[in-house]
Design a protein around this ligand. Sequence first.
Ligand code: UD1
Ligand code: UDP
Length: 372
Amino acid sequence: MIKIMTVFGTRPEAIKMAPLIKKLEESREIKSIVCVTAQHRQMLDQVLELFNINPDYDLNIMKDRQSITGITTNVLKGIEEVILKENPDMILVHGDTTTTFAGSLAAFYQKVPVGHVEAGLRSGDKYSPYPEEINRSLTGRIASIHFAPTISNKNNLLEENIAEKDITITGNTVIDALMMAIDKDYKFSEEKLNNIDFDNKKVILLTSHRRENLGQPMINIFNSVKRIIEENKDVEIVFPVHLNPKVRELVKSVLGEVERVHLIEPLDYKPFVNLMSKCDIIMSDSGGIQEEAPSLGKPVIVLRKETERPEAVEAGTVKIVGIEENDVYEAVNTLIKDKNEYDKMANAINPYGDGKASDRIVKGILEYFNKP
Ligand code: UD1
Ligand code: UDP
């Protein structure tokens, strides 16, 4: 059997690796091992529980207000130990977090081939998103096989002289996960959400966590939210606040006491995506949400200056508005006031795959080991 060790540590990696782990477990040719770094603790555990994944190894590295250097060194050391013990034939990493890069580097040092899931996303700006753009580029240099969600992701890799034979277009596993979690009859167990009148109010879902938005950009965004609330009495804002204490302090200082702004804890994946599907507008700096929203036909106002997800912009569901207070305010206000503009963005188009990305990745791994 081929021993495949999956390594991940944060909420989005867990969500997008979970369907793949299920498929690896089903394969008769593969022995699947799961190693979590726990770069995130609570937000990772929420996902592990939902998808019923019991890691074989848990490095438990999360520290309050951790630094990127701290994450990198702890993951490098921890993964090395596990690799020396398990001797896997390949490690699989996902996307662009510091767990992704440090996990890949640890594998490279032990000459273990790396499979990169969600390969080839690029913004072209070294510092935005930071540190993700460099994490994913360096992981791309290390990886032996690249599972690119879309053709444009593949083209980015070809431009960096990655051999075509090493790239497979798979779609994004986030669609596999979304299909497992969406339920049109879903009832929230959170009382705050059940009390919201989704039929008669305009409900905006807000998330923000990006490192480059900490500080003034987040203050600008939250001030624009205040203006939207003050001027539109029929708007309610739901904001599941990321557990990063730096984010929480900023949120509390600007939005702590604002009526119709519901600050709640991070939601489990199932209630979260079902909230996405019930709300009217999404404001977010998240990567994963830009991929889920087109499937659900929900307009996303992206609180960033760039995106590595041009497919969602082309699909029309996602608009990049930057991080200036007035720009964010204008973009959201237009969607609230102008039905034509809203309808233009609210088309359910899915550029990210058919929910079978995990099957294609398993097939790609078997081919790599000449086991078709
Ligand atoms: C990380 C990733 C980012 C990804 C994001 C998804 C890096 C450098 N950043 O950013 O690419 O988009 O996850 O959410 O890899 N915390 C908790 N409990 C948790 C999670 C976080 O308390 O379950 C707190 C801790 O104090 C921690 C801090 O949040 O130190 C920041 O976590 P960290 O993983 O360093 O950064 P994120 O902003 O979450
Ligand atoms: N998400 C969640 N609960 C929340 C907020 C987000 O389950 O309260 C999910 C969301 O559906 C998406 C993923 O988390 O799949 C995105 O994670 P995040 O925004 O933290 O990271 P990014 O995608 O920006 O790296």
